[in-house]
Design a protein around this ligand. Structure first.
Ligand code: PHE
Length: 450
């Protein structure tokens, strides 16, 4: 095991973290959740939850990661020697692996659609034939071979980046992908604004309608914020362990949260006006991205170019998140099992790919196999989001609030007292970490279970 890599500076850490956070969650899930849950009312609730609950949770991951400068398992051995807190590390590795198993399948779909759009494939279908587009999508995801090959390709690209390590792999890739994504999405937003009837889409997104708001809205916002900010899967902790000791982790966390939220809102502004302009239903889930949008692209002037841009964004978003997920088991294998980075990547690649293939096949030939009444794909989704991530998150706030303690928390946040100015804010965040966050996460956990 050689010297531990570091992100070269604050910008490097920030683009990598935003790259992890911005993913499929922002691009297809956020826009339709907003629409379904009362537009701006949901956005307001979402932002409050992000600031009051998720930012403190992110700080916990940051503190544990950067203070220990270790993988998710080793971190607890360093910070709480001889204890059983390293179970949080095990949960984190399990989360990352299960998420990546189904995430890589959807990542494969984004790659397939990018390839299709590059071949201008969407025009081959009769214009406006919505049924044809859902047929294409269904045939593709249920077929036994093609999606597997795309999952394989997606994982191979992920592995290829991770092999090069933190600096030359993760940071370098994020540094060019993230700006391209930003420019492209802003371009699509501007173009979306010019479509006839697009204002209905903006109204759908931004008109506050509190009549739909209830307990379920809050739960939906919480679940979305958790997933979108990559919390509870060990990715933030792992990336934080590569942040240099003299960087301001409060600023980096705030930047990550801001970047992710802005990107989610931009995604809504890119997609919804087009959806309304073409008079199709917005509340579609995954179908929105893979069925509704290709249909719209095939019907509009310059649609082929917009389609290419859109699927590049989707693919970049998915791959940068996937890279962060793979780095969790890889760092664990390197430091705990003393593997070379290459071997660690190979082991992770093969095991996750095997699980990914099963997830992919569960859309088609293995569709009959059910675990607790769910398809394998949905079961993995359920286990990671509702069990591993939430229990991991819960234990982590309890660890920082009650075991690590306020002095160590503040010491790490202020770089040993060298940073000044945010004292009251740190007191406030620590109060939340100690009392409010455990209660809130426990409530989400039990509500989701029933
Ligand atoms: N945040 C990513 C998204 O929005 C998903 C993710 C979850 C990535 C957990 C890493 C860890 O799609």
């Amino acid at each position: 095991m050689g010297e531990r890599d570091n992100f070269s500076n604050r910008f490097g850490a920030l683009v990598a973290l935003i790259g992890s956070a911005v993913g499929l969650g922002n691009l297809w899930r956020f826009p339709y959740l907003v629409g379904r849950n009362g537009g701006a009312a949901f956005i307001i609730i979402y932002i409050c939850i992000v600031l009051v609950i998720c930012l403190p949770l992110m700080l916990c991951e940051m503190v544990v990661g950067r203070r220990s400068k270790s993988n998710v398992f080793g971190a607890f051995r360093k910070l709480a020697p001889g204890s059983h807190w390293n179970i949080i590390g095990i949960l984190a590795v399990l989360s990352a692996v299960t998420i990546l198993s189904f995430y890589s399948v959807v990542g494969g779909w984004t790659l397939a659609y990018l390839v299709k759009s590059l071949g201008f494939g969407f025009h081959a279908v009769a214009k406006g034939d919505g049924a044809a587009f859902s047929g294409i999508f269904k045939d593709f995801v249920t077929s036994p071979v093609q999606p597997l090959l795309y999952t394989l390709a997606f994982m191979a690209i992920t592995g290829f980046v991770v092999i090069f390590g933190v600096n030359r792999g993760i940071e370098k890739t994020s540094k060019w992908m993230m700006p391209i994504m930003l420019v492209m999405i802003v371009g699509i937003v501007i173009w979306s604004m010019t479509l006839p009837g697009s204002s209905a889409g903006f109204r759908y997104l931004f008109k506050p309608d509190f009549s739909h708001v209830g307990w379920n809205t809050v739960l939906a916002a919480l679940g979305q914020a958790f997933f979108s900010l990559s919390l509870g899967a060990g990715t933030i902790m792992t990336y934080a362990s590569y942040i240099r000791k003299d960087e301001n982790i409060l600023r980096i966390s705030a930047g990550t949260v801001l970047g992710d939220t802005v990107f989610a809102i931009l995604a809504g502004c890119a997609i919804m006006p087009a959806v309304f302009s073409y008079g199709v239903s917005p509340a579609q889930g995954p179908g929105l991205v893979f069925v509704v949008l290709p249909n719209i692209f095939a019907n509009m002037p310059m649609g082929s170019i917009i389609a290419i841009m859109f699927f590049i964004i989707l693919f970049f978003a998915a791959i940068t998140s996937s890279i962060s997920l793979m780095e969790v088991p890889v760092a664990f294998l390197i430091e705990e099992c003393h593997m070379k980075r290459k071997t660690a990547v190979l082991v992770s690649f093969v095991s996750i790919l095997a699980l990914g293939c099963v997830c992919s096949l569960s859309q088609g030939v293995l569709g009959g196999v059910k675990i607790f009444g769910k398809s394998i794909f949905d079961f993995f989704d359920f286990m990671s989001a509702n069990i591993f991530m939430t229990i991991g998150g819960l234990l982590l706030v309890i660890f920082v609030g009650w075991k690590l303690g306020k002095a160590a928390f503040k010491d790490e946040m202020t770089n040993g007292g060298r940073l000044h100015g945010a004292n009251w804010l740190l007191d406030f965040f620590f109060f939340i970490i100690k009392f409010a966050a455990p209660a809130v996460i426990a409530v989400i956990f039990f509500t989701n279970l029933i």
